[in-house]
Design a protein around this ligand. Structure first.
Ligand code: UD1
Length: 343
């Protein structure tokens, strides 16, 4: 069974390729390598013993996308990760975000329709809930106005998919991720640290290894127990496994309706300071951090109600905070060692 993984050399994509191959799926990757590296394919092969096919092109290119799908019209399902994901950058360059994230999706849907490929799993985000009125947040919670062009691309993408489903034979599952962190236990794949990280955990590990001077904790005056914001951190391998289950659900014709939405979180929230403490515990290091002002656009607290996903998908996030942070730290050290050895 052939699965197309767009963005398959990226952070979540690469972990999903590994889990798909572990379950016996044949994987094709399309990636423009704008935020990743072709070497990831070597590392996937080291983990699984199977080399996924990688085609390098930009899915924003309508003709190349159409040509790819015509050549591969036996694909059983598409898992679509390829997108820009930096919130701050999306505020600076909204058109770049809308063009990249929406045009590629439309090209994929058009080619799926034209080649009678019916199954699409889409990378969505808990950002669609904004600051929810009720916690934990279930899939029934209302969508709030997006705080950034990035967040808006996720909302619009879900709408584009739903409208296309109504007018075609395509089926879709949107997976709304909470905060993916950590890396594969082999430390061969993880979050590639290109540029200054925006996200908390890569910033922690880069500070600990000496690439960043100090972690800035964005505000400790929130209405939470220790004053720092709370998120539902989920191990990237747990997240990857949910994609395999989702695509298999579609292939096996087990969907309850043509468009389904699932929250992918653990159901447990941790504050920024709790994440730092977990890191200090597993690494044995003291992290250099400073409390600074709030970051614009940050929600106070959000964590998932994963009960619908647990029940319907038969999936549950298994890894706890310390294991997640330890795997991120192992990856950071392995990656830096590999860079140093190359020089
Ligand atoms: C952010 C996006 C989310 C997106 C995700 C993907 C917002 C509001 N949300 O999630 O839509 O899907 O990234 O990358 O931007 N923190 C610090 N110091 C840092 C970095 C982060 O204190 O240097 C804090 C933040 O204030 C936040 C927590 O750590 O409370 C997690 O931040 P981050 O990892 O950036 O994720 P989100 O902001 O939750």
């Amino acid at each position: 069974m052939k699965i197309l993984v767009t963005g398959g050399t990226g952070y979540i994509g690469s972990h999903t390729v590994v889990e798909l191959q572990n379950k016996g799926f044949e994987v094709l990757i399309v990636d423009n390598l704008s935020n990743s590296s072709a070497e990831i394919v070597d590392n996937i092969e080291k983990i699984t013993g199977t080399r996924p096919v990688l085609e390098v092109f930009d899915l924003v290119d309508r003709e190349k996308t159409a040509d790819f799908f015509q050549r591969n019209n036996d694909i059983a399902g598409v898992i679509h990760f390829a997108a820009y994901k930096a919130v701050g950058e999306s505020v600076e360059k909204p058109l770049m975000y809308y063009r990249n994230n929406l045009v590629s999706l439309m090209n994929i849907l058009e080619s799926m329709r034209d080649n009678n490929i019916q199954n699409l799993v889409f990378s969505s985000s808990c950002t669609v809930y904004g600051q929810p009125d009720e916690l934990p947040v279930s899939e029934k919670a209302p969508i709030k106005k997006a705080e950034s062009p990035y967040g808006n691309t996720k909302q619009i993408s879900e709408e584009i998919i739903q409208d296309t489903i109504k007018a075609s034979d395509i089926h879709g599952i949107a997976l709304r991720y909470f905060n993916p962190i950590g890396a594969h236990e082999s430390a061969l794949i993880g979050e590639l640290p290109l540029g200054v990280p925006n996200n908390l955990v890569p910033f922690i590990t880069q500070t600990a290894i000496g690439i960043r001077d100090q972690l800035k904790v964005f505000g400790n005056d929130y209405p939470t127990p220790d004053g720092t914001p709370i998120r539902d951190y989920i191990h990237v391998v747990d997240l990857a496994k949910a994609h395999v289950i989702a695509v298999d659900r579609m292939i096996q014709d087990k969907m309850k309706k043509p468009f389904e939405v699932f929250n992918l979180g653990t159901g447990k929230g941790y504050s920024v300071l709790e994440v730092i403490k977990a890191f200090e515990k597993v690494s044995g290091l003291k992290l250099n951090y400073k409390i600074v002002g709030r970051r614009e656009g940050d929600v106070i607290q959000v964590w998932a109600d994963p009960s619908f996903s647990n029940r319907e998908l038969g999936w549950k996030a298994e890894k706890g905070l310390e294991e997640m942070v330890a795997s991120a730290w192992k990856w950071e050290q392995a990656y830096r060692k590999k860079l140093a050895d190359k020089q």
